[in-house]
Design a protein around this ligand. Sequence first.
Ligand code: ADQ
Length: 461
Amino acid sequence: MSRLIVISNRVAAPTTSHSGAQGGLAVALSSALQEAGGIWFGWSGEVTEEFTGQLSFQRGEGYTTATVDLEEHDVEEYYDGYANRTLWPLFHYRIDLAEYERSFAGGYQRVNERLAETARPLIEPEDRIWIQDYHMFPLGEELRKRGCRNRMGFFLHIPWPPPRLLTTLPEARELLETLFAYDLVGFHTEEWLRSFEEGAVNILGATSDGETLSLNGRTVRMIASPIGIDAEDFTALAASPRARLSFRQMRDSAVGRDMIVGVDRLDYSKGLEERFLGYERFLQEHPEERKEVFLLQIAPPSRAAVETYQKIRTALDGLSGRINGAYADIDWVPLRYVNQGYPRDVLAGIYRAARIGLVTPLRDGLNLVAKEYVAAQDPEDPGVLILSRFAGAAEQLTEAVLVNPYSAEEISDAIALALKMPREERVARWQALNENIQREDVFWWLRRFTSALDTVEAMVD
Ligand code: ADQ
């Protein structure tokens, strides 16, 4: 088997344990790298005065990580700028929040060139290259320009927007064109794949046979392959001593009330305001349920340098205060709103203690929290997953209670339904969901992508 070169914005530190301390993606990529041998390359997360391309190496089990520092204006224009102020909102259908600045586009291109230049000497002719996510669309093309003829795949972890939204991006054509440098491009869902295909056909005039796209003599294959979690590990984690402890703590502090849980990075794509409004609606419409439930929303801040993230935080502070101000009593707080992260085993115990997992993003590439919630449940007495139709995971998790996250009424109705759901129905739904999550886990995703990459026709130029 030829070596694998994984390239992503950030690189997880090599670890020898499989203890659930890391997210599923990091575990999966490092296990793929262990199997094939190879290198994981990306930004160190550090800032340097002047870019030198100096690599830092760390040895993991069977593979090596290689990272490079970036300049401050690189981080501002490439990471905070084009990746998080331009592409992230646009790709989550929020053109109202997208900022189109030439300096961002220029910085993004420059950093991708710098990364390609730095990675190039690490790559040997037989290596397979796998590039991850929206920070790095042009990296494949930059590597091709530097003589790489390797098999090269790209996976997008976020949605792909419909062509009419994409055309608002001044660099839409260039961005679509750069994807033709890859042999294989992967998306979580058929919907994102078809949006990409439509964009390439309508905007660039590419031709499609449904599975491959061709443009100017180049062919790229498309695959829809939803990522999973390390389900076996997560289920085991939910039975670990720390998970049991956090489960007990939650149950004790709930004093017999049903807990609804939400766990998300504090991001406008996650639909947190709409979720709070839906819960407020539920409290309004169901006075008999007040004091019988509470919502625990865990939302650690992310991307705090970006103004839209500061605004959403302020909005949520106001809304949570308003809901608690209107409904709280001396012996009950309807909304516990917490802005910190928790270790994964603690989180697993919290999921297990919750009667409802409320996962209502307005738009999400996939959503791993939904899968983690299911994997952590007690098979004898599982909770109910309420899931947005607009999360990529809804294509697989059809036995969840599916809702339109923009509708406060649908969220309210779904909560009421879930609280009343008989045990047999909860068990039947959970079994179907869990069966899918255990089968289509992160290793399944990894094998599907890498074996598709192994069978595509390598580029002959
Ligand atoms: P994210 O947008 O970060 O990922 P998600 O898929 O839900 O969203 O993954 C978040 C991860 O962070 C989960 O593993 C979760 O447990 C963890 N997490 C969140 N809040 C936490 C907290 N308070 N404490 C500890 N851990 C917390 C992007 C895309 C998604 C896609 C993934 C993977 O936006 O759509 O599913 O990549 O491709």
